[in-house]
Design a protein around this ligand. Structure first.
Ligand code: SF4
Length: 344
């Protein structure tokens, strides 16, 4: 079917989700796709796009004696001046948790400590953070919020001059929260075929068929391949939590730069839970530590295996950049599962 629908010319479809890249690479889906159809990973790993300055903020908090709790993947992501793992080795109280709930429980059971949860993720995980804030966590708890929004970043990528994207495979879990409506501007304003996709190999193949059908018919629209979970208006309860807890502001993305309206910030009425306000942290250096090619992999201009360091000096054991550190990073996924693609 895919071969039947594929035109003679080249097409490049981008997804923006580490879970999509895992399914595509792990199951060798690129070997099933006609050669002139490229599926490229964009900035879909929240850990990878967390800017160096926000890692520095977490390190600074740990240096001030605060207990910093975060996800395991954040440990080895470099800031301008080191990693959380390095700070822990020097005595910083930095701990891995699996959810904000664990972090709040830790704060409850350690009232003698100042506890900060370094909260990283996209729209998918932000509602649970909002819910905890609205529930009123203990006084010794606050948040270093580093959540980003996907659609504004997708729109910014379309404005990058030497970037070519012929259609979007959009993350189903993000759309489960925000709905299909925020993606409507891509066909309407940019004439861009767009499909909301689930995460099974069959979902991704079906999404490609839907994209090709849109290309063939020259009628771009938003198709919802993941309709078993995604409703046009998303999850109203989750959206209400987000609206009540957060404002939407401009946010820095590692490897991309400042993206307007792409970050959540706690509303003023919750400033006692905002670690930036509570501890008055200020980072002078706004430099991101990126090896030559990392930003090109983050924004989809380079395939991981095209980086000269890939699998030579840069491996998951010796990562030189965020996309090799994180299990959702394209370099890490290619290193683990990319043999089928590399052989093809
Ligand atoms: S292989 Fe390493 S250095 Fe190259 S882009 Fe990936 S993370 Fe960066």
């Amino acid at each position: 079917m895919l071969r039947k629908l594929a035109p003679e010319y080249k097409l490049k479809f981008m997804h923006v989700c580490g879970t999509h890249e895992q399914a595509i690479t792990r199951f060798g889906l690129r070997t099933l796709i006609p050669e002139n159809i490229e599926v490229i990973p964009g900035p879909g790993c929240p850990v990878c796009v967390t800017p160096g300055e926000e890692i520095e903020e977490a390190i600074l908090l740990a240096k001030q004696g605060v207990s910093v709790l975060t996800f395991g993947d954040m440990f080895r992501i470099p800031g301008a001046d080191g990693t959380l793992a390095g700070e822990k080795a020097q005595g910083g109280d930095i701990r891995i948790v699996y959810s904000i709930k664990d972090a709040v429980e830790y704060a409850h059971s350690h009232p003698e400590k100042d506890v900060v949860f370094f909260s990283v993720g996209f729209e998918t995980t932000a509602p649970s953070v909002a819910a905890e804030v609205l529930n009123g966590p203990p006084e010794n708890f606050s948040l270093l919020v580093s959540h980003r929004l996907i659609p504004p970043m997708m729109e910014l990528l379309l404005g990058i001059g030497d970037m070519r994207i012929d259609g979007w495979i959009c993350p189903g879990h993000v759309a489960t929260v925000i709905g299909t409506e925020p993606f409507e501007l891509f066909p309407r304003v940019y004439n861009m075929p767009t499909v909301i996709s689930g995460f099974e190999p069959i979902d991704i193949l079906m999404s490609l068929i839907m994209l090709m059908t849109q290309v063939q018919s020259k009628k771009p629209r938003v198709d919802n391949e993941y309709s078993r979970s995604v409703k046009p208006k998303g999850n109203p309860r989750a959206k209400k939590l987000l609206e009540e807890a957060f404002d939407i502001v401009g946010g820095q993305w590692r490897g991309i730069g400042k993206v307007p309206f792409s970050a959540y910030k706690l509303k003023k009425e919750f400033k006692e839970y905002d670690a930036r306000e509570k501890y008055g942290i200020k980072i002078e250096s706004k430099k991101d530590i990126l090896m030559e090619s990392c930003h090109l992999v983050i924004n989809g201009k380079l395939k991981p295996q095209e980086c000269p360091l890939f699998s030579k000096t840069c491996t998951p054991q010796t990562p030189k950049g965020p996309t090799m550190v994180s299990t959702e990073g394209a370099c890490n996924i290619y290193y683990k599962y990319g043999a089928l693609d590399l052989e093809a």
